[in-house]
Design a protein around this ligand. Structure first.
Ligand SMILES: C[S@@+](CC[C@H](N)C(=O)[O-])C[C@H]1O[C@@H](n2cnc3c(N)ncnc32)[C@H](O)[C@@H]1O
Length: 379
C-alpha cells in the first residue's frame, strides 16, 4: 500500500506518487528538457504551492454494492469503478460531498448507470470549487432527464451538503459518454461559481475550462504576463481563451485584446467576466482559433503579442501558419503537453519564430502531467 494514497496503484492517476516531491520535480524538468529544451533554455521548475488537496475540480463515479451506493474512482484505463472514500489530490470538501451524495443517491434510489446494460441513471458527479471565494458547485451527470423526486432530493442535498452554493443536473444521452452534457437544469443557486485569480473575478459554468490548481495558476499567469512584456500600447491575441482569464488579466496592460474560444458556454462566461471586472478593451468570439486567426489576417489586423494556450493535442499547423502571417512580435505559448508544444515550436521556428526560454510549472503534483510556458520572438 502506498503511504500517499491507498488507492494509488489501482487508480493510477497519480503515476509519480512513489517518488518524493523533489524527484517528481526533477522528472518533470527533464521532460521539458527533452522536448522544448531542444530548442531553448529551460529554467528551474516552479513547484506547486500545495501538493495534496490542490484540485479545484473533482470527478467521482459510483457503483451499487449490496445495499449501498458507493462513491469511487475508475480503475486505471478501464470503465470499472473501485470504491474509494477519498482522493488525495482532491480537497476535503470534495471528498466529504461525494460521500454524502452516495448516501443520498441510495436513499433516493438514484442508481449508477451501466453503459453496457444501459440501466441506471447516475453517470458521475463533478465538484468544482472556487478557492478564493469558497463557492462550491456540484454537477450531477445523468443518462436522461428522468430524476425521481427532484424537489425533495434538492432539499435533502442542501441539508446533507451545506457547503454547496449551487447544484446542477446535466444530461448526457450519449451511451458511452460520462462527462457533462449540454442539457442542464439548476437544482439551486445560479448554476455557476465565481473565483478570483490575479485580482480579477471569474464566473465559471459547468462545462467551461478552468485551471485546476488555483495558487499555481496565479504564478503561471504572472510569468506569462511578464514574458509578454506588455507596456499598455499593444494589441494582444488570447487564443484558446476559455472563460477569458489570460485575456482579461492582460487587458489591464494592453491597448486591446482579441480573444477566441471554441466552447460557446465558456465565451458566455468570458463576456460576463469582462463586464464583472469592468474591462472594455477586449472582444470575445466563439470560434475555432484557426478560423478566427485566418479572418484576422484577411482583415490585415494588427497583433503585437499572442498568448496561445491550446489543449493537450497542441495547435494545428494551419493555425500556426495563420498566426505567423499575423506576425506578432512575441508569442507566449502555454502548454500542458511539452511534447506537442515542442512539435509546434519547430513549426513556428520554420515560420520565423525563435523559441527563447521555457519555464516549467508543476500544476499537477503526483501525476506525470507537466505545464510549461515558452516565449518566442519574431526573427
Ligand atoms: C488548456 S485550455 C486553456 C483555457 C484558458 N486559456 C485558461 O487558462 O483557462 C484550452 C481551451 O481551448 C479550447 N479549445 C479547444 N480547441 C479549440 C479550438 N480549435 N479553437 C478555440 N478554442 C479551442 C478549449 O475549449 C479550452 O477552453
Amino acid at each position: 500500500m502506498n503511504d500517499f494514497c491507498r488507492y494509488a496503484k489501482k487508480c493510477n492517476s497519480c503515476q509519480l506518487c512513489n517518488l518524493n516531491y523533489e524527484e517528481q520535480l526533477r522528472h518533470k524538468e527533464n521532460i521539458c528538457r527533452k522536448y522544448p529544451g531542444k530548442l531553448c533554455a529551460v529554467k528551474k521548475i516552479s513547484p506547486s504551492p500545495k501538493i495534496t488537496g490542490y484540485r479545484n475540480k473533482a470527478q467521482f463515479v459510483y457503483k451499487r454494492e449490496g445495499k449501498r451506493v458507493i462513491s469511487g474512482l475508475y480503475k486505471s484505463a478501464t470503465h470499472s469503478v473501485m470504491a474509494a472514500d477519498q482522493c488525495a489530490i482532491c480537497t476535503d470538501t470534495a471528498n466529504t460531498i461525494t460521500a454524502a451524495l452516495a448516501k443520498l443517491f441510495y436513499s433516493f434510489k438514484v442508481m449508477p448507470y451501466d453503459p453496457y446494460t444501459e440501466r441506471g441513471w447516475l453517470k458521475s458527479v463533478v465538484i468544482r470549487e472556487a478557492a478564493a471565494t469558497g463557492e462550491v458547485m456540484a454537477v450531477i451527470n445523468g443518462a436522461d432527464r428522468i430524476f425521481p423526486a427532484k424537489r425533495t432530493f434538492t432539499t435533502a442535498l442542501q441539508k446533507a451538503c451545506p457547503m454547496l452554493t449551487t447544484a446542477v443536473i446535466a444530461v448526457n444521452r450519449d451511451r458511452a459518454k460520462l462527462f457533462t452534457g449540454k442539457q442542464s437544469e439548476i437544482l439551486f443557486g445560479d448554476g455557476r461559481i465565481t473565483d478570483v485569480l490575479c485580482g480579477e473575478k471569474f464566473i465559471l459554468s459547468p462545462t467551461s475550462f478552468y485551471q485546476i490548481n488555483h495558487d499555481q495558476t496565479e504564478q503561471l499567469y504572472q510569468k506569462a504576463l511578464e514574458l509578454a512584456g506588455l507596456s499598455g500600447s499593444e494589441v494582444v491575441l488570447d487564443a484558446y481563451c476559455g472563460i477569458g482569464t489570460i485575456g482579461i488579466i492582460a487587458s489591464r496592460r494592453a491597448k486591446f485584446v482579441h480573444a477566441v474560444e471554441l466552447n460557446p458556454a465558456a465565451i458566455a462566461d468570458a463576456k460576463r467576466n469582462a463586464k464583472l471586472n469592468g474591462v472594455e478593451n477586449i472582444r470575445f468570439t466563439a470560434a475555432d482559433s484557426k478560423e478566427y486567426v485566418r479572418r484576422l489576417t484577411e482583415k490585415d489586423a494588427r497583433v503585437d503579442v499572442a498568448f496561445i494556450d491550446p489543449p493537450r493535442a497542441g495547435c494545428t499547423s494551419s493555425f500556426l501558419n495563420s498566426l505567423a502571417r499575423l506576425s506578432p512580435d512575441r508569442i507566449v505559448y502555454i502548454s500542458c503537453n511539452p511534447e506537442t508544444q515542442a512539435r509546434d515550436l519547430r513549426i513556428l521556428g520554420r515560420l520565423g519564430y525563435k523559441s527563447r526560454v521555457c519555464y516549467p510549472f508543476d500544476m499537477f503534483p503526483h501525476t506525470n502531467h507537466c505545464e510549461s510556458i515558452v516565449k518566442l520572438t519574431r526573427g
